[in-house]
Design a protein. Structure first.
Length: 535
């Protein structure tokens, strides 16, 4: 339920260089959800009774992506702004959320429709702890922001239920616990196997940060089961009133029903880029350290993104109230620091900050000199950098590679010198050359579906890349689907027995630009929207 204030605002919309289904919405203080033309959204946001506006673009069959953009009115309380934006998103994307739920339920839960009992108990207790902590700390700005973010989740759910009722699709009804499974999925990938050793766990990604003589490039590709290849690019512009908040606009790649990236790839309006690659657990005793009197990863990272202006600040915020779930190696790229030290890299500091979380272990440090300057790049490939984490992780037994011997570590080292600009980093993060490793499944952008022996629908499902100029304009180059770089396009026609609701039949898409537009003058924003978005 939404609980009870607003300023003026600049509207965030998106430039998408492709064609069409576009819908605009506003949500007002009387809890009315109204559909309006996209180009009129900046005008509606000037209305004091409107709490949030949003636009939704379905380009799934032409680009492999759908797009959602939301902006809120700062005259309202933070929890109202975020609830309203969540409500619109749940309503606009309800059919995608239903598809995503079915894809997850079929693959991850074997169609059971619910979590195993002890896993659900953990989630329920963790949610109760957060609710109590919010109630017991009413003056805490941190817990106020936690409350506002949870309100976005509740709004997302209630917007979804609103459309289920409106369309009389009782078959699409989900309980809140089922619905929460989607956005909490990263944390559940540790919670479920803590109680069920048979649970499949394949959390991997590749990321690459490259320093060139005149630029700093960032690229990322998400690994996952192709079953989870429904892609949603999002921008949130929330001018929150909480004094901790330093970031108004977040831009990130996601999936329907997710309020965080989960990939993870974020661009923030204060010129930070946040990426991660997951750390796997080969030592099952680490699960003994899970504690539900904590804040799950997806919420901690969302809060850290909003309240941080440097990599060190981000790490400190993220590691507070840590849960030991969805353990990752995070890289925070500070393009402000890069601008400061661009012509004096020998003195550079704070450009790339690494924060590794692994159950009871943390490794938080500036790796600007020892990695970025020393070798010209920083790469992530799902192997711990910190020795203390490596020692307790079981990687030496369960994986048999370390940070320098990993196959992708060698590939990044081999091809790093080829990366000189945006086009070449895009090529690298989609790289799949069987001659490198004798396997299409062992690559910077793997295609395990192409294995001759034991193929599976697992691999890299997208690409995101940007440079220092693009960060300033909140623009990112994106591509959806398994790599076609030297490989055939992936088609569900060859995997009809695998669940893939809502997806295009074939993923053979091009790179495109996605731009978050923050316009301080509504009339100019409206003009820009009319010029750039074809409805």
């Amino acid at each position: 339920m939404m609980l009870g204030k607003v300023f003026l605002l600049s509207l965030l919309l998106a430039t998408i260089y492709c064609q069409p289904t576009s819908v605009g919405y506003y949500f007002d203080k009387a809890s009315n959800l109204v559909q309006v033309p996209v180009a009129q959204l900046p005008v509606y946001l000037l209305n004091d009774s409107v709490i949030a506006v949003a636009s939704y673009f379905d380009r799934l069959n032409t680009t492999g992506w759908t797009f959602f953009q939301a902006s809120s009115n700062p005259k309202y309380a933070d929890y109202q702004q975020m609830y309203a934006a969540g409500y619109i998103e749940g309503s606009a994307t309800y059919d995608l959320i239903w598809d995503a739920w079915n894809n997850f339920n079929d693959f991850m839960l074997n169609g059971a429709g619910e979590l195993p009992g002890k896993a659900q108990e953990f989630v329920t207790n963790q949610t109760k702890w957060m609710t109590n902590a919010i109630a017991l700390n009413p003056q805490s700005h941190y817990f106020q922001l936690l409350n506002a973010t949870l309100n976005q989740l509740y709004g997302l759910y209630e917007g979804y239920i609103h459309m289920v009722n409106k369309t009389q699709r009782e078959d699409m009804y989900l309980t809140f616990d089922q619905f929460y499974f989607l956005t909490n999925m990263g944390d559940l990938e540790d919670v479920i196997p803590a109680f069920d050793s048979s649970f499949p766990k394949m959390m991997e990604c590749s990321c690459f940060i490259k320093l060139t003589p005149d630029d700093l490039l960032s690229g990322h590709t998400t690994f996952n089961m192709y079953t989870f290849m429904l892609r949603l690019m999002k921008s949130y512009h929330f001018p929150l009133n909480n004094p901790l908040v330093k970031v108004k606009t977040l831009m990130f790649s996601a999936r329907p029903g997710d309020l965080e990236s989960k990939d993870d790839f974020y661009t923030l309006d204060n010129n930070l880029v946040v990426v991660e690659t997951s750390l796997n657990n080969y030592n099952k005793t680490n699960y003994d350290y899970l504690n539900y009197n904590t804040v799950p990863c997806w919420l901690r990272l969302t809060i850290a993104n909003r309240i941080s202006s440097t990599g060190q600040e981000w790490a400190n915020a993220f590691l507070e109230f840590r849960s030991g779930t969805h353990n990752n190696q995070w890289l925070v790229v500070d393009y402000n620091k890069y601008a400061t030290y661009k012509n004096n890299m020998s003195a550079a500091e704070g450009i790339v900050w690494m924060a590794e979380e692994f159950y009871f272990q943390i490794n938080s440090k500036d790796v600007t000199q020892e990695l970025l300057v020393a070798q010209g790049y920083v790469a992530g490939y799902n192997v711990p950098y910190g020795q203390s984490i490596y020692d307790v992780s079981g990687y030496d037994q369960g994986y048999n590679y370390n940070y320098t011997s990993d196959p992708r570590a060698k590939l990044f080292k081999k091809y790093a010198s080829n990366v000189t600009n945006l086009d070449t980093i895009k090529e690298l993060i989609r790289h799949n050359n069987v001659s490198d490793t004798d396997s299409p499944c062992v690559a910077i952008s793997p295609r395990c579906d192409l294995l001759e022996d034991g193929p599976s629908i697992f691999g890299a499902i997208d690409g995101k890349a940007l440079n220092s100029k693009m960060v300033k304009t909140m623009t990112v180059s994106i591509i959806s689907g398994p790599t076609t770089q030297g490989q055939p396009a992936f088609s569900w026609n060859n995997w009809q027995d695998q669940v893939h609701r809502g997806m295009p039949a074939t993923f053979d898409f091009d790179w495109l630009l996605y731009e978050a537009i923050v316009g301080p003058l509504p009339s100019k924003v409206e003009e820009k929207v009319q010029q750039q978005i074809i409805i």
